[in-house]
Every structure is written in structure tokens, then in C-alpha cells.
Design a protein around this ligand. Structure first.
Ligand code: 523
Length: 150
């Protein structure tokens, strides 16, 4: 299901879409021991083979943090704790925006269960070694600033 945020009186509204017609996609800059998790998309065809910060669309009634925890559990089989929002918002296809949170791995070893066919943990100096989706690049650059130099 897709969240189209609606009620301006809802106190959680600012956590969702600023524009009620916009679908929010949340992604996680998942850290573990000084490395950032990169995931290679297996679908749809136009995005397959490109690397992203894992995540997905908000479902109705979810906060972005809840959506992120759910997506990381579904897609990677891990438990993660959301941290801070990485400032900024990046347009995707028309009507969709990407927002990114940092997240810390709590338990589990990430596996590509859904939507991905490969995962890699990248140190700061390895971040340019994968072909990130264009829209993820600014968030990856911001996330890199939060990684220890390696
Ligand atoms: N992106 C994107 N970068 C990024 C994510 C998580 C998603 O550009 N880091 C885009 C890709 C899709 C759209 O956002 O065009 C929705 O992401 P998707 O397909 O991962 O969302 P889901 O998992 O909620 O989608 P369904 O499989 O349709 O439920």
C-alpha cells in the first residue's frame, strides 16, 4: 500500500509528506562498524543493477521511522534502530520523494530477501565503488560524512 498523506491536523503530518499528493519513500543509511550498507536493486528493469540505500514507501499510518524498520526487516531480515534524518529531500519519479535516515544495525546479518540481488558493506573510501542511483548520491555523500575515516 502507498501512503498519500492527507490530514493537515494530524500532529504526525510533518513526519510524512509536506505536500499531501506526494508519496514518501524512506531509505536507511545503515551503519555497522564504520561501514555503510549498499544494496543492488533487482527490479524494476530500469533500476536493476543500480545500488541504493535500502527502504521503501510509507504505508498508511506509519511514521517514516516505523516504515524504515519494517522495510529493513522485510527486505534484509535485520533489526535496525533509526537515528537522525539526513537533511534534504530528493525527487524520484513524479509524485515521489526520497527521505533518508541513518540507522544502526541491532541484530541479524543482512541478506537480499526482496528487491535486491547483492549487498555490500562499504567503508568510506569504498563508497564510490558501486553505481549508486543518481537520486541516492546526495544522501550517500551526507552519510559518508558520518562514517569514520578508513
Ligand atoms: N527508490 C530510490 N532510492 C531508494 C529507495 C529505497 C527507493 O530511488 N534508496 C525509488 C525506487 C522506486 C521507489 O523509490 O521508484 C519506491 O521504492 P521501492 O520499490 O523500493 O518501494 P517499496 O519496496 O515500498 O515498493 P513495492 O515493492 O512496490 O511495495
Amino acid at each position: 500500500m502507498t501512503e498519500r498523506a492527507t490530514d493537515p491536523a494530524d500532529p504526525t503530518e510533518h513526519h510524512r509528506a509536506t505536500d499531501p499528493g506526494v508519496v514518501v519513500v524512506v531509505a536507511g543509511a545503515v551503519y555497522d562498524r564504520g561501514r555503510l550498507l549498499a544494496a543492488r536493486r533487482s527490479a524494476p528493469a530500469e533500476l536493476a543493477g543500480r545500488w541504493e540505500l535500502p527502504g521503501g514507501k510509507l504505508e498508511p499510518g506509519e511514521s517514516p521511522e516505523e516504515a524504515l524498520v519494517r522495510e529493513l526487516r522485510e527486505e534484509l531480515g535485520v533489526e535496525a534502530e533509526p537515528g537522525e534524518r539526513i537533511p534534504g529531500e530528493w525527487p524520484l519519479k513524479p509524485g515521489y520523494v526520497l527521505r533518508v535516515w541513518t540507522a544502526r544495525l541491532l541484530s541479524g546479518v543482512p541478506r537480499p530477501l526482496e528487491d535486491h540481488d547483492e549487498l555490500r558493506w562499504l567503508s568510506r573510501r569504498e563508497l564510490d565503488s558501486v553505481d549508486w542511483l543518481d537520486q541516492d548520491r546526495p544522501a550517500v555523500a551526507e552519510a559518508a560524512l558520518r562514517l569514520p575515516q578508513a
